[in-house]
Design a protein around this ligand. Structure first.
Ligand code: THU
Length: 127
């Protein structure tokens, strides 16, 4: 699957974003190694710490359905602007990509990039 195709699905996922506080709608599309794609959006909470990012929604949906191996994840915000995964989400992704080989697709300076997680989170914490 091309980076453009997966990114289009991430953009589509922004439509379900629940973000009444920040008004910033984020979507993610996670491609599993077995084939299915899990989509996620950010879900905010009046108690701000209860908010979950789009990427983690997608990862937790997949893991809770028995899919723990991923090849790519795309992240988008609803206006098609730059949106890179936050540090917390990078760490969560690294849990399911110990070698950091999962490819992260997102916009940086208006350009759609695809790069391995290990470049976005070098020397990630492992236990
Ligand atoms: N957000 C994400 O969904 N993913 C990220 O990687 C960065 C931030 C969400 C969380 C919150 O609902 C809003 O964007 C503003 O921080």
């Amino acid at each position: 699957m091309s980076k453009e195709e997966l990114y289009a699905q991430a953009l589509e996922a922004t439509k379900f974003s629940y973000s009444p506080y920040s008004k910033y709608k984020v979507g993610a599309a996670l491609l599993t190694k077995k084939g299915p794609i899990f989509k996620g959006c950010n879900v905010e909470n009046a108690s701000y710490g209860g908010t979950i990012c789009a990427e983690r929604t997608a990862v937790f949906k997949a893991v809770s359905e028995g899919y723990t191996e991923f090849s790519k994840i795309a992240i988008a915000e609803s206006n098609d602007g730059d949106c890179t995964p936050c540090g917390f989400c990078r760490q969560v992704l690294s849990e399911f990509s110990k070698d950091g080989s999962i490819l992260v697709i997102c916009k940086i300076n208006g350009e759609l990039i695809e790069m391995p997680l290990r470049e976005l989170l070098p020397h990630s914490f492992t236990f």
